[in-house]
Design a binder for this molecule. Structure first.
Ligand code: NDP
Length: 249
């Protein structure tokens, strides 16, 4: 069987569940060796076992990428183990929705630390390796929330807006090094993302909203990542917005 990513190495943050897990399996199915990064070791091990059962290769790295040293370690261990790093999927993120007035400030800090800082730390660590290789691909998980502003989603909106801003500036800085940059903007995807919302009525409302439609699956977005990652080297897919057919805004 021919695979499109044979010999390539992909590091996926947030690979322990949802879109990250599905992306790990999908990139592995295309022949890439996979570095699985997140905090929940037992969930990473389970993804690694599935990859191994399908004759793929993976490495699990338990790391909290809100710590720049941990992000650096995850990237460096990947390079040491597999010898290179071709694709970085900056997927780890949280969505702690709620109104600004009376918000739990810790929710804001957690979102900024993972959705923005974690993504930047991993990118910063990966760039020297990709530059030295003369090629690479950074795929950032943004959101439809990076395109459409909604009251009750201010800080999440801002973090995902930031992902798009950072992605385009990065693209302009590294395209001459043959490093491609892609921002993916999913609409509603059925994952654990909403479980972490700390305001009960907001959590309930969002879960009902997602349940009211035929939401995307994590695999739908993994397939989008594969589409971007398997283009020929001269094709750089910069931005993809994917909504469920049933989703309005
Ligand atoms: P999940 O909750 O299933 O996945 C989130 C992942 O992020 C988990 O693997 C979690 O792993 C990881 N993570 C969280 N904090 C950290 C940390 N400090 N260090 C390392 N890893 C961390 O949700 P999704 O799969 O839905 O979310 C993935 C991405 O997709 C997010 O960026 C989200 O914003 C984005 N997205 C999701 C949409 C949806 O509707 N589901 C829509 C649009 C975008 P662990 O807890 O083990 O560390």
């Amino acid at each position: 069987m021919t695979t499109k990513l044979g010999g390539k190495v992909a590091l996926i943050t947030g690979a322990s569940s949802g879109i990250g897990e599905a992306t790990a399996l999908a990139l592995s199915a295309e022949g890439a060796d996979i570095s699985l990064v997140a905090r929940r070791t037992h969930r990473l091990e389970s993804v690694a076992q599935t990859i191994s059962a399908n004759k793929g290769k993976s490495l699990t790295i338990a790391a909290d990428i809100t710590d720049p040293k941990e992000a650096m370690r995850a990237v460096n261990e990947t390079k040491e183990h597999f010898g290179r790093l071709d694709i970085l999927v900056n997927n780890a993120g949280i969505m702690l929705l709620g109104p600004i007035d009376g918000a739990n400030i810790e929710d804001w800090q957690r979102m900024v630390n993972i959705n923005i800082m974690g993504l930047m730390y991993c990118t910063h660590a990966a760039l020297p390796i990709m530059k030295q290789q003369g090629e690479g691909h950074i795929i950032n998980m943004s959101s439809v929330a990076g395109r459409i502003i909604t009251g009750g989603s201010a800080v999440y909106n801002a973090t995902k807006w930031y992902v798009n801003t950072f992605s385009e500036a990065l693209r302009q800085e590294v395209y001459q090094d043959k490093i491609r940059v892609t921002s993916i903007e999913p609409g509603a995807v059925a994952t654990e993302l909403t479980d972490h919302i700390t305001v009960p009525e907001v959590k309930d409302r969002i879960k009902k909203w997602i349940g009211s439609m035929r939401a995307l699956t994590a695999k739908d977005i993994a397939d989008t990542v594969v589409f971007a990652a398997t283009q020929p080297p001269h094709v750089s897919i910069n931005e993809i917005l994917v909504r469920p057919t049933d989703q309005s805004l």
